[in-house]
Design a protein. Structure first.
Length: 259
């Protein structure tokens, strides 16, 4: 079944207000870096030369470019947008999660998830950023977000000519993280806070060196991408402990979407 989405002006305005915070940032796509691929098991069927070439290709990762704007320019952009929207102007940047943290408030039922998915595509189009993490407060919301990505695939393909690769973080299927790092397209990891911010064994795995993951820590592989972190319903995610855990993702900046 194909879903048709009518573009609402207020949603477009919300997207533009967010992406225009970074007006003046140059487009920089496909930023390459050398990935940590961990301990690679030798394959007796591959010649040494071929294996060496394979490993070099496998090491290639694609992350987000740093923000080139100075703090004063970012703050000026924010103030301009706040002034246009009759919002009290900020006196300084909030920098506890990357270069800045932005609060976007939308009423329930106005298409918050649609707005931040479209914002992902716009940021990729304008600035080249391609690595994103959507953090949610519960498994139920996580599944709903995944469904929204599925339902809007064709819609955004029509408007942007590309699809986002998205997946739910699973500590038992860490191949997805390697794919996330090595893919140059738009990549979105969806994760609920219980997967990294509790004391359970599964939650601890993201911080542990795992034999099945080449003796690497999953969090180190994720943070190398300098991802944009999007918080869906941050008011439901707890306090200081959650903020400390979120820093581990090494966010480029943070977008907080609340109702």
């Amino acid at each position: 079944m194909k879903f048709n989405f009518k573009i609402q002006q207020y949603q477009t305005d919300a997207v533009n207000s967010t992406v225009n915070v970074f007006a003046g940032q140059p487009y920089i796509g496909r930023v390459r870096y050398v990935r940590d691929i961990g301990i690679v098991k030798k394959d007796s069927q591959i010649s040494f030369n071929n294996a060496e070439s394979f490993v070099e290709d496998a090491k290639l990762g694609f992350g987000n470019a740093e923000i080139g704007l100075k703090d004063k320019d970012l703050l000026k952009n924010i103030k301009d947008i706040q002034r246009k929207n009759n919002i009290k102007q900020s006196s300084a940047l909030v920098e506890h999660l990357g270069r800045c943290s932005l609060d976007i408030e939308m009423e329930t039922g106005t298409g918050k998830t649609y707005v931040y998915i479209k914002t992902i595509f716009e940021m990729n189009k304008l600035y080249g950023w391609n690595k994103f993490i959507v953090v949610v407060p519960s498994i139920a919301i996580r599944e709903g977000v995944k469904k929204s990505f599925e339902m809007t695939q064709d819609h955004f393909m029509e408007h942007y000519g590309k699809k986002a690769r998205f997946f739910i973080y699973n500590s038992k299927n860490l191949t997805e993280i390697d794919n996330y790092s090595s893919n140059a397209g738009i990549n979105v990891m969806i994760i609920n806070i219980q997967a990294f911010n509790t004391r359970g064994a599964d939650a601890r795995r993201i911080y542990e060196k795992l034999d099945e993951f080449g003796s690497r820590r999953p969090i180190d592989v994720i943070k190398a991408n300098n991802p944009v972190v999007i918080l869906d319903e941050p008011q439901k995610m707890g306090g200081a402990a959650t903020q400390t855990s979120l820093k581990e993702f090494n966010p480029l900046f943070c977008l907080n979407y609340s109702a």
